[in-house]
Design a protein around this ligand. Structure first.
Ligand code: PHE
Length: 343
C-alpha cells in the first residue's frame, strides 16, 4: 500500500468517527489545510519525472475531492443529529388543555342600555349624556317643581350644597337640552345614573339608571308617544306585547301617564310576575308641560312634545327575570357570567 492509499484510509476512517463538527474542523485543517497532508503530497510532485506528474496530480486531486465529500457528508449528518436531539428535548404536549385568560362580559345594564340606544338611534334619535351633579334649577325648578312644592318629596335627594345635587332623574338633563335647543325641534334620549336618598331593598336602590326620551316639534302628541313606546315594548319584550296608558301625575308633563306592558311571562292572562293583573308597569311619560316649555324658551303654541323616563334596571329585571335590584351592584361573578362569557 503506497503512502497515498494509507493516507486515504486513515483519513476516511477518522472522518467517519468524528464525533462533533469541531473535531471535523480539526481534521479539515490537518488533511486539507495549507500545511496539511494532502498539500504535502502535492509538494512531492516536484521530485517526479515530468511524464508522471499529470497522473500523480490527478490522483492527489481525486483524493482531495474524496476527503472533502466525506467531510461534508459527515458534517451534515452530525448537524442533523444535533437538531434531532434538540427537537426531542423541546417536545411540547399540544394535547394539554390551554390556560384561558379571564375575559369579562358586558354588564346586563350596559347590554340593555345599548339595546335601547340602538333601537332609538334607529328611529333617528340622538344619544346625549350629561353630568351627574346638577343644579337644583334643572333638576327641579325648570321641571315645574319649585322649592316649597310637595312634589319634591317624590324624589328625596342627595345635595352637594344648597344649589347642587346628584341628579334624581335624567329629567334634569332633559331641562338642560330644552334650554339649549329652544326654539328648535328635538329628538334625543339621555341615558345615565341617577341618585335618590333611599333605603335599599329588592326593588329600591339609592343609585340606579334611567333613560330619558324627549321629542319636541309641531303637533307631537300622545299618539306619537304611544306608537314609540309600543315599538319599544315589542322590541324589548316580544312582538305580541300590547301597551296601555294609565293617567298619572308628574309636575313636568301634562297630561301624565304611567305605561304598562302586557306581562311577558303569561302574555296577559295573569300570573305571579304581574301580580295577576296581566300588566307590568314599565315607565312614566307625558306631554311636556307648557310651563316647562315656556321656562326653557319655547312658545307652547308652536312647539309641543312628549317625554318619557324608563328605568334601565326595571327593563333588565323584566327581560332577564332578575328578582333583586341589588344583584346589579354586588359584583357577584356568578351573576355577571349569566349574561355573556366570563371565565
Ligand atoms: N322623571 C320621572 C321619574 O324619575 C320619569 C318621567 C320622565 C316621567 C319623563 C315623565 C316624563 O320618575
Amino acid at each position: 500500500m503506497d503512502e497515498m492509499q494509507k493516507l486515504q484510509q486513515t483519513a476516511l476512517e477518522e472522518i467517519s468517527q468524528a464525533a462533533t463538527t469541531a473535531d471535523l474542523n480539526d481534521l479539515r485543517v490537518r488533511y486539507l489545510g495549507k500545511k496539511g497532508s494532502v498539500q504535502a503530497l502535492m509538494k512531492n510532485m516536484k521530485s517526479l519525472p515530468a511524464a508522471e506528474k499529470p497522473a500523480y496530480g490527478q490522483k492527489v486531486n481525486g483524493l482531495k475531492q474524496e476527503l472533502q465529500t466525506a467531510m461534508d457528508a459527515r458534517k451534515e449528518m452530525l448537524e442533523k443529529a444535533e437538531l434531532d436531539r434538540r427537537i426531542a428535548g423541546e417536545k411540547i404536549d399540544v394535547t394539554l388543555p390551554g390556560r384561558q385568560p379571564a375575559a369579562g362580559s358586558l354588564h346586563p345594564l350596559t347590554l340593555v342600555q345599548q339595546e335601547l340606544e340602538d333601537l332609538f338611534v334607529g328611529l333617528g334619535y340622538q344619544v346625549i349624556e350629561g353630568p351627574e351633579v346638577v343644579e337644583d334649577l334643572y333638576c327641579f325648578e325648570r321641571a315645574n317643581i319649585p322649592r316649597d312644592h310637595p312634589a319634591r318629596d317624590m324624589q328625596d335627594s342627595l345635595y352637594i350644597d344648597p344649589e347642587h345635587l346628584l341628579r334624581t332623574h335624567t329629567t334634569a338633563l332633559q331641562m338642560k337640552v330644552l334650554e339649549e335647543e329652544a326654539p328648535r325641534d328635538i329628538k334625543v334620549i339621555c341615558p345615565g345614573k341617577v341618585y335618590r336618598r333611599d333605603d335599599d331593598d329588592a326593588t329600591h336602590s339609592h343609585q340606579f339608571t334611567q333613560m330619558e326620551g324627549l321629542v319636541i316639534g309641531e303637533h307631537i302628541s300622545l299618539a306619537d308617544l304611544k306608537g314609540t313606546l309600543e315599538f319599544l315594548a315589542r322590541k324589548m319584550f316580544g312582538q305580541d306585547r300590547e301597551i296601555r296608558f294609565r293617567p298619572s301625575y308628574f309636575p313636568f308633563t301634562e297630561p301624565s301617564v304611567e305605561v304598562d306592558v302586557t306581562c311577558h311571562v303569561c302574555g296577559g292572562k295573569g300570573c305571579p310576575t304581574c301580580k295577576h293583573t296581566g300588566w307590568i308597569e314599565i315607565l312614566g311619560a307625558g306631554e311636556v308641560h307648557p310651563h316647562v316649555l315656556e321656562m326653557a324658551g319655547y312658545d307652547p303654541a308652536k312647539a309641543q312634545g312628549f317625554a318619557f323616563g324608563v328605568g334601565i334596571e326595571r327593563v333588565a329585571m323584566l327581560k332577564y327575570g332578575i328578582d333583586d335590584i341589588r344583584h346589579f351592584y354586588t359584583n357577584d361573578k356568578r351573576f355577571a357570567s349569566m349574561f355573556g362569557r366570563f371565565e
